[in-house]
Design a binder for this molecule. Structure first.
Ligand code: AP5
Length: 247
């Protein structure tokens, strides 16, 4: 597939905006792999690898992991054959430097089918969602004790509905860490959002409450520009590609 035809989606938004939740739905609908830098780093921490040790130092405080580490991760990942039709980035890019790195990648050059989708939610909702989040370290399923409650609980511990693994509370979901993550987000993400706005690829979903509604908004944004053929998910063509987004 040429770069023109690839489908590239990046999900932007504060911690807890629902990027990971939406990513799973988008991945299923458009059959493009979900690349979550947060999941990759958490796996590395669980394995106690050299990458994990480095990343943990930043993540436990809620700071960003250095850009050079992220660049290597992304370059290796998009090189994989399953990324040939496009990808969904969740948690990348995080700042203008990473956004420019993405823009300069051969993988993405001349891609006309590029969507930067920002999901905005208020800070108090961030705190509420993250203090109720449970996460499956194996299959990465995301739960919430208010509206997406896991079905099984054994000895006081919730189990994943899909793979039965014990669910965990992410280390960086402590309220103090979340507050720092929010600060880091506002400092680094706002200039990046302007960067995508200036490239005319930014779409904003404001404070939509239900996750089904957010997904509906996302598919509307994508499908207004894309002719999508559910019978053959690998064939993606475009209604009208008047915008040469990345030139
Ligand atoms: P990362 O894992 O990317 O975390 P994040 O961006 O802070 O986002 P979250 O995963 O916390 O939230 P989300 O938006 O995915 O929400 P979710 O769907 O889970 O990054 C973690 C750390 O890794 C960073 O702090 C940094 O240190 C490092 N890192 C990662 N990428 C990096 C990069 N590129 N550069 C440098 N460092 C990097 O939903 C949250 C909760 O809300 C869930 O319980 C869910 O069920 C619920 N929920 C979802 N949608 C709704 C809804 N519509 N209504 C009500 N509840 C909802």
């Amino acid at each position: 597939m040429t770069n023109h035809k690839k489908l590239i989606i990046i999900l932007l938004g504060p911690p807890g905006a629902g990027k990971g939740t939406q990513a799973k739905l988008i991945e299923d609908r458009y059959n493009i792999p979900h690349i979550s830098t947060g999941d990759i780093l958490r796996d590395a921490i669980l394995k106690n690898s050299a990458l994990g040790k480095k990343a943990n130092f930043y993540m436990q405080k809620g700071d960003l992991v250095p850009d050079n580490i992220i660049f290597d991760l992304i370059e290796n990942r998009v090189d994989q054959p399953e990324c040939k039709n496009g990808v969904l980035f969740d948690g990348f890019p995080r700042n203008v430097r990473q956004a420019k790195m993405l823009q300069n990648m051969d993988y993405i050059k001349d891609c006309e089918n590029f969507f930067a989708i920002l999901i905005n939610i208020p800070d108090e909702e961030v705190i509420k969602r993250l203090s109720n989040r449970r996460y499956c370290p194996k299959c990465k399923s995301i739960y919430n004790l208010i509206h997406k409650i896991p079905k099984r609980k054994v000895n006081g511990v919730y189990l994943c509905d899909y793979c039965g693994t014990e669910l965990i509370i992410r280390d960086d979901d402590k309220v103090e860490t979340v507050k720092n993550r929010l600060k880091v987000y506002y400092d680094s993400a706002e200039p990046m959002i302007d960067f995508f706005r200036n490239l005319s690829v930014l779409h904003i979903i404001e404070d939509t409450v239900l996750q089904e509604d957010v997904f509906h908004e996302i598919t509307k944004i994508i499908e207004e520009e894309l002719i999508y053929e559910p019978s053959d998910r690998h064939k993606l063509s475009f209604a009208s590609s008047e915008r040469q987004k990345w030139s």
